[in-house]
Design a protein around this ligand. Structure first.
Ligand code: TRP
Length: 418
């Protein structure tokens, strides 16, 4: 049995029978959000409330944040407190089960398209690390080197090398080797019987029509792309990792990711019950804005839109001063009189991601909006927040040896008894 047919831009609702297929393409006032393109005409960025309605997910409201605090016994991460992780699927179910001593595992990933990672790439990993710490659960991280080979003009060798290099940046976020398995698709697919079996099962239960509808593939896309979604879906099922879960099929998966990855997991959730698996739960994040403004996300292929993890303090300073879109007024006099607009100001947005102190952040917002704080001063605060953070990352990454990477990337049991 295969699932329902979908039209582009119209994800399957959880409710089968009230399903309106609607228009095939985005309507004029709709933001574009898919795994390959994120754009909007609004300087404030994507309208995330509308996206929740369009994608059929649920808002992470105060009640859920409070519940996460209650169940984990920890102060919620500022990404939760500030709505950076803003949408979810089935998180209440995960917490219900956890309260009844039923554990779960985390799955996230990275498409290694180059050696250069930027600060935005760290968001899901910083948050995943926090989740792993507070819930004490296993984590699997998929490096989709196969995906990047299929989509970009790169060799297989380069994609695999980028996977290993990017793994170093991920490890530098502080993951525990006893609780974390990082894998390259190119390596693990070929070596794991169970993983490939799940891929094939998923492939059998999704038609070409369905992936065309979900992902917008056309007749001229190579067949590798068309079947790739099954490979991103497979880690959502615990049986793909027999070394960790000892063959158990029923360990629930929770996927923290940016919301542009949701199409993969809508497909996964649609297939799951038909092949006897649990649907993965999800936590979705907003996008990390480009320096030039929140109309699009930071992109590693546009060097001036991004702050890279390899940037020197001087580069950080120059990029912020030169490119970070300002919500300030044209002259100091006007700024003092009317105040700046933090809602469109990229430096302020970056501080919401990286300045942990809530009170400090709120004071900056008020001072900027009232005109007390000038754009140059706001940028200075951001520069002084980013420089030590990036330097610290570089220090930690330097300490990640090839041997450490190998440990993380070797299929093995983790420190959990399933
Ligand atoms: N497709 C993602 C990318 O290009 C990588 C990825 C694979 C991923 N599995 C994932 C991201 C699970 C989030 C969660 O970056």
């Amino acid at each position: 049995m295969t699932g329902k047919d979908y039209k582009a831009g119209c994800p399957p609702s959880e409710n089968d029978f009230v399903h309106d297929n609607g228009p095939a393409a985005n309507t004029a006032d709709e933001d574009t959000v898919n795994p390959w393109n994120v754009s909007t005409t609004s300087a404030k960025g994507v309208d995330y409330d509308k996206l929740i309605v369009r994608f059929g997910s649920n808002k992470i409201d105060k009640e859920l944040v409070d519940r996460i605090e209650c169940v984990s016994g920890q102060k919620p991460h500022h990404f939760l407190r500030r709505g950076i992780f803003f949408s979810h699927r089935d998180m209440h179910q995960v917490l219900d089960a956890y309260e009844k001593q039923k554990s779960f595992y985390l799955y996230t990933g990275r498409g290694p398209s180059s050696e250069a990672m930027h600060v935005g790439h760290l968001i899901p990993f910083i948050f995943t690390k926090w989740l792993q710490d507070v819930f004490d659960i296993p984590l699997v991280i998929q490096m989709t080197d196969d995906e990047k080979y299929l989509w970009k003009d790169l060799t297989l060798e380069d994609c695999h090398r980028f996977a290993v290099e990017n793994a170093k940046d991920i490890i530098a976020c502080g993951f525990d080797v006893n609780k974390t398995f990082i894998f390259s698709d190119l390596d693990y697919m070929g070596s794991s019987l169970e993983f490939y079996r799940n891929v094939v099962k998923i492939q059998k239960h999704v038609t070409f029509n369905q992936v065309k509808g979900i992902f917008g593939f056309t007749d001229s896309d190579c067949i590798g792309k068309i079947s790739f979604p099954a490979i991103q879906a497979a880690p959502s099922f615990s049986s793909s990792f027999p070394q960790i879960f000892r063959g158990r099929k029923d360990v629930q998966c929770l996927i923290p990711c940016a919301i542009d990855q949701d199409p993969y997991f809508r497909m996964t959730r649609d297939v799951a019950p038909r092949i006897g698996h649990l649907k993965p739960a999800l936590l979705h994040s907003t996008f990390f804005p480009a320096l030039q403004g929140a109309q699009t996300k930071m992109s590693a292929s546009e060097p001036n839109s991004s702050i890279f993890l390899t940037d020197t303090p001087k580069q950080v300073k120059n990029k912020v001063n030169k490119y970070a879109f300002s919500g300030g007024k044209d002259t100091v006099e006007e700024h003092r009189k009317y105040g700046g607009n933090p809602d469109v100001d990229v430096s302020f947005m970056y501080l919401t991601f990286f300045l942990e102190d809530d009170e400090k952040l709120e004071k900056i917002r008020q001072d900027y909006a009232s005109g007390n704080l000038l754009t140059g001063e706001l940028k200075k605060i951001l520069i002084e927040t980013l420089q030590p953070m990036i330097a610290e990352h570089q220090e930690k990454r330097k300490k990640v040896t090839d041997e450490t990477v190998k440990q993380f990337m070797t299929p093995r049991p983790l420190k959990f008894n399933f």
